[in-house]
Design a protein around this ligand. Sequence first.
Ligand code: CO
Length: 166
Amino acid sequence: MMYKIRLIGDPVLREKTKQVTNFDGQLQKTVAQMIDFMHQEDGIGLAAPQVGLRNSILVVDISPIEEEEKPRAFINPKIISAEGESVVEEGCLSIPGVREDVTRPERIRLAYQDLDGRRIEEDYDGWLARVLQHELDHLNGILFVDLISPVKRQLLINQGLIPEKY
Ligand code: CO
């Protein structure tokens, strides 16, 4: 089974995902397929709604930026605290051709579960913090173009790069 990327304008990207409650073989399979698909699409992060799934799952692999990194999976992630501020240009597999500066906290503390359902709390900064926040937004129906200035957003609409209603 191969996934297809859901693009901006697809209603599934606006839905809030449901918590994962079954930490079983099916979850492991889904995560493995999401990681394969993310690699195939040359992405450094992917959230379940981007492939049409409605579960709170995201995968990240920033090894193209930080060599020693490996694919990571986060189930039911939630930011419990955040501090600092940074501006980074972001893109999104669901919004091809668009890159814009986005302001977000620099450091986050994240609570999540691993594939076995174990609860973990960890601090992240740098690229991992950035990608995790972008993907976590997807799980709540938020896209990075929601976070840019209305003027810039209108420009993207005028240029036909994003739909007027999404
Ligand atoms: Co995205």
